[in-house]
Design a protein around this ligand. Structure first.
Ligand SMILES: [Zn+2]
Ligand SMILES: [Zn+2]
Ligand SMILES: [Zn+2]
Length: 331
């Protein structure tokens, strides 16, 4: 993520800000510029003279993105196919957490240059999100032909930590869920043609094995012994699709964290043209080791509690290469 700053007073901003905490100038996110911009009296005028307004969902979901017509919803909000109904107060209370994580994800995909095909563009496999509340029904998170389902209850820290313990995961975040599910979307979108399919199966395994049986086996027997010498997580051992999605999520975690560290001058920014696997070895492993120690210094759990053996780095390298090949050069 970029190191955003207020254009009025130069104070640091984060991507969720609706105003600068120092000079109180209202702020919003311009997808076109990939930057935080001042929104004075509900408007922003860009360098070309075009006027921008706030997304109409600012009150509903805390959305701070800009739109070109007053009263419209922004690109990120437009990807939401289902949200909790107005009567579901519990679901609506957690709704902004999920929308915030989604905006972060979309901004990051834009920054990497990954294509996003909407449902309007492709009614069968375009990307859309069903953000559902499990207050009254059981919600199973997942991806199906471009449609991502997220359980809003995971926006509640208590519920999420409970799930994390139940599944014995070292790490569980709302943004992580979005990154995992988008991994499934990109496998569907980008792994096309015999050559890519063969390479994908060589690395992640045969994806034609029965998914339901694989899930049942995983929940009955757990991950195979020694799994962490070739998988990023125990969940990744379940099925080749899950291994791909987990690897993609970690590519996004690492890409974003390294990008942020670069932008704050914590590491040198000479990784251009470097293979992702080499970046992981030369930069991310030492950086995450230090960050884990810093977290311990603050009495917290490690920031990135994962091992990255060579077979895992090879998978990360592959998904990064796939992402680079799909770059749209939107900006
Ligand atoms: Zn300011
Ligand atoms: Zn919006
Ligand atoms: Zn999955």
């Amino acid at each position: 993520m970029r190191a955003f700053s207020c254009r009025v007073c130069q104070a640091p901003l984060v991507i969720e800000n609706v105003e600068c905490s120092v000079c109180m100038t209202p702020a919003g996110y311009s997808r076109l510029e990939g930057d935080m911009v001042p929104v004075v009296e509900g408007r922003y005028q860009d360098a070309g003279g075009a006027r921008w307004f706030r997304c109409r969902n600012m009150e509903l979901s805390g959305c701070n993105w800009l739109v070109s017509y007053a009263g419209e919803q922004c690109f990120s909000c437009g990807l939401t196919r289902t949200r909790p109904p107005d009567a579901d107060l519990e679901g609506l209370a957690l709704y902004p957490v999920a929308e915030g994580a989604k905006r972060h994800l979309i901004a990051e995909l834009d920054r990497i240059g990954l294509p996003i095909v909407t449902r309007a563009e492709d009614p069968d496999e375009g990307l859309c999100f069903d953000l559902l509340s499990s207050v009254n029904e059981k919600i199973i998170m997942g991806h199906d032909h471009g449609a991502v389902t997220i359980d809003l209850a995971e926006g509640d820290d208590v519920i999420r930590v409970k799930m994390q313990r139940e599944f014995r995961e070292p790490f569980r975040t709302m943004l992580g869920h979005f990154r995992h599910e988008i991994g499934h979307y990109y496998e569907m979108l980008l792994v096309r043609g015999d050559e890519l399919l063969t390479r994908t199966r060589d690395l992640f395994g045969d994806d034609t094995i029965d998914y339901q049986e694989a899930i049942e086996r995983h929940y009955e027997n757990g991950a195979p012994p020694g799994w962490d010498s070739s998988y990023i997580s125990s969940y990744a051992t379940m099925h080749p699709f899950e291994d791909f999605a987990e690897s993609f999520a970690h590519f996004l975690h690492i890409r974003d964290a390294v990008d942020t560290a670069n932008n704050f001058g914590l590491i040198s920014d000479d990784d251009d043209g470097m293979k992702f696997g080499d970046l992981v070895r030369s930069t991310w492993i030492p950086l995450s080791t230090a960050l884990n120690q810093i977290n311990r210094s603050m009495g917290r759990r490690p920031l990135y509690p994962f091992r990255l053996p060579d077979p895992v780095i090879e998978k990360l390298d592959f998904v990064a290469e796939l992402a680079a090949g799909a770059r749209t050069h939107r900006r």
